[in-house]
Design a protein. Structure first.
Ligand code: SF4
Ligand code: SF4
Length: 109
């Protein structure tokens, strides 16, 4: 059980394992627009190329067959300055019990 005081000390170790997990990164239209601008694309082009629509209404980022996010590169996140809130908020604002198994920053709290 992680206490809020412990989470205050969280430091990301840049292992990028959170970008390789099963599940989806959901993003709003505004977040898609910001990520598109970060890549110099228009929002329509961005969503066509990098997003899927879940449940006929929610945008998610595409994934590679090994479950990695389409934006994960050897240098880290290709849209880091404009990554969706779901990514920015992990793991301090949300996490799952399984996050403790892989997140290097959580393991060191
Ligand atoms: S958008 Fe960036 S931070 Fe978010 S899962 Fe993809 S690679 Fe990771
Ligand atoms: S798994 Fe944890 S330590 Fe690794 S990049 Fe993600 S947030 Fe940072």
């Amino acid at each position: 059980m992680l206490l809020p005081e412990a989470l205050d000390r969280f430091v990301c170790r840049r292992c990028n394992l959170c970008c390789r997990q099963p599940g989806y990164v959901y993003l709003s239209s505004a977040e898609a627009g910001a990520a598109a601008a970060c890549l110099g694309l228009d929002p329509y082009e961005f969503t066509e190329k990098y997003c899927e629509v879940m449940d006929r209404q929610r945008l998610v980022l595409k994934k590679l067959p090994d479950e990695s996010c389409v934006f994960l590169t050897a240098e880290g996140c290709a849209i880091h300055p404009a990554k969706p809130g779901q990514c920015r908020d992990f793991p301090v604002k949300w996490r799952t019990p399984r996050s403790l198994d892989y997140c290097e920053g959580l393991k060191q709290l």
